[in-house]
Ligand binder design. Structure first.
Ligand code: PLP
Length: 386
C-alpha cells in the first residue's frame, strides 16, 4: 500500500523511529511541562531536546528562536497576525507571490478587507518569481514580504537568498513558508536574512497536529494565542508534548536523510520523468529547468482530465494528487498553474507526483506501467469507469 503512495507533499507516514520516540509521552511521561513537580520534568526536558534538534536541522543561531505550533497553517497565520498587530499605521503593505499556499493567501485576503494593501507578485511560465515586478512593488509602507521556499504543487523553489538581500536593503521583514522544504533540502537560517520561517512535522515523517515557527532573535512578535506563558509567551496553551517530541525525532531523521535518502529519492523522481517522457507522448513537466525540491514532479497529460485520471489511478491502488491536497475536490483549476500561464484546460490536465522515503524503484516502474496504460486508454476515448 505504502509503496503505491505518491503523494508525500500532501502528508507522509510517521517514521518508525518517530513513533518510538513519542511512545513514552502518552502515559509514562504524561506530565504537564509547566508543572514544577517531578512528572513535569521529563516532558519539559523532551521539549527542550526537540527544540535543539530542530534548531540544529535549520542551523538557527539559537534554539530559543524556535516556537512550536499546531501546523504549518498556524505558523503562517501567526506571522501575519503578529505583523498586523504590531505594525505602525503607515506600514500596511505586504508583498507575496501569486502562487503561495492558501494559508497565506487567505489571511492576506482577510487583511485586505481590513484596509491593508496586498500585492501578489506574478511568476513567469517557468515558475520563477518576476523579480522586476517584485522590486518595483516596494514602497515606504511595505511591512512584510512572504514567499514560499518551494511550491507544494510544482516543487519549484524561489531564490530566497535574493529575496533576503532585497528585504535587507529595504529594511522589510521576510517570512518564508518552508513547509515543503524541511527535510528535502538543507536550510541554514543563521545569517540568512530570514525573520520568520514556517514548517510542519507531518510533511517530513513526523505526526500531524504539530508545526513550528522560527522567529529570529530580537524580531518583535506577538502571539495570536493568549492565556499562558508557554513558548516564552509566544504561543499560549499546554504543549503537545508527544507531537513536539515527534517533530524533534523527525528533524533528527531528516538530518540523516538529507545526505542519504534524498539523493535516492531524487534519482527515482528523475527516472520517473525520463521514462515517462520516453513512454508517453504530449506530456509536459512543470519547472524542469528550474531548481525544484528533489521529490516532486507535476506533469500535464495533454487532452486528459487530471481529476478523472487521479480517480482512475486511485481505483488501481495508486495515490496521487491533482495539486494541493487542501484544494482537491474544489474542481477548480490550480491557482499555481494558472499563475504560470496555463489555461484552465491545461491546469486541469495536470497531476502532482511526490515521492518519499518508502518509494522504491519497483513501485515507480509499476506507476509508469499503470500510467502508460491508463493515459493511452483515455486518449483513445475508451470509456473508463472511475
Ligand atoms: N504551506 C505549504 C507550502 C504547504 O504545502 C502546506 C500544506 O500542504 C501548508 C503550508 C499547511 O501546512 P499544514 O498542513 O501543516 O497546516
Amino acid at each position: 500500500m505504502i509503496s503505491q503512495y505518491f503523494d508525500y507533499n500532501s502528508t507522509t507516514p510517521v517514521a518508525e523511529e518517530v513513533i518510538q520516540a513519542m511512545a513514552p509521552f502518552w502515559v509514562e511521561n504524561f506530565g504537564n511541562p509547566s508543572s514544577l513537580h517531578q512528572p513535569g520534568r521529563a516532558p519539559a526536558q523532551a521539549i527542550k531536546k526537540a527544540r535543539r534538534r530542530l534548531a540544529e536541522l535549520l542551523v538557527a543561531e539559537d534554539e530559543k528562536e524556535i516556537l512550536f505550533t499546531s501546523c504549518g497553517t498556524e505558523s503562517n497565520n501567526a506571522v501575519f497576525r503578529s505583523v498586523f498587530d504590531l505594525s505602525q499605521k503607515e506600514h500596511r503593505k505586504i508583498l507575496v507571490s501569486s502562487v503561495e499556499h492558501s494559508s497565506v493567501l487567505q489571511v492576506c485576503a482577510e487583511l485586505e478587507k481590513k484596509g491593508w494593501e496586498i500585492e501578489a507578485i506574478p511568476v513567469h511560465p517557468n515558475g520563477e518569481l518576476n523579480w522586476e515586478v517584485f522590486e518595483k512593488a516596494f514602497d515606504e509602507n511595505t511591512a512584510l514580504i512572504s514567499l514560499m521556499m518551494a511550491n507544494n504543487e510544482t516543487g519549484i523553489c524561489f531564490d530566497i537568498q535574493r529575496a533576503a538581500e532585497i528585504a535587507r536593503n529595504r529594511n522589510v521583514l521576510l517570512h518564508v513558508d518552508a513547509v515543503q522544504v524541511v527535510g528535502k533540502l538543507p536550510i541554514t537560517l543563521k545569517n540568512s536574512g530570514i525573520h520568520f520561517l514556517s514548517l510542519s512535522a507531518h510533511k517530513f515523517y513526523g505526526p500531524k497536529g504539530v508545526g513550528a515557527l522560527y522567529v529570529r532573535q530580537n524580531v518583535p512578535f506577538r502571539s495570536s494565542m493568549i492565556g499562558g506563558r508557554q513558548e516564552r509567551g509566544r504561543r499560549a496553551g499546554t504543549e503537545n508534548v508527544a507531537g513536539i517530541v515527534g517533530l524533534g525525532a523527525a528533524a533528527e531523521l531528516a538530518r540523516k536523510d538529507l545526505e542519504t535518502k534524498m539523493p535516492e529519492i531524487e534519482s527515482l523522481r528523475n527516472l520517473f520523468e525520463d521514462q515517462l517522457a520516453d513512454q508517453i507522448e504530449h506530456i509536459f513537466v512543470y519547472g524542469k529547468s528550474r531548481k525544484r525540491i528533489p521529490n516532486t514532479s507535476n506533469i500535464r497529460f495533454q487532452g486528459v482530465d487530471g481529476e478523472t485520471l487521479m480517480y482512475s489511478l486511485d481505483k488501481q491502488g495508486i495515490s496521487v494528487s491533482g495539486g494541493s491536497a487542501c484544494m482537491s475536490g474544489a474542481h477548480e483549476p490550480s491557482h499555481v498553474l494558472k499563475a504560470m500561464g496555463c489555461t484552465d484546460a491545461e491546469a486541469k490536465s495536470s497531476i502532482r507526483f511526490s515521492f518519499g522515503r518508502y518509494t522504491t524503484k519497483e513501485s515507480v516502474q509499476q506507476l509508469l506501467q499503470v500510467l502508460k496504460n491508463t493515459v493511452q486508454r483515455f486518449r483513445t476515448g475508451e470509456k473508463i469507469s472511475t
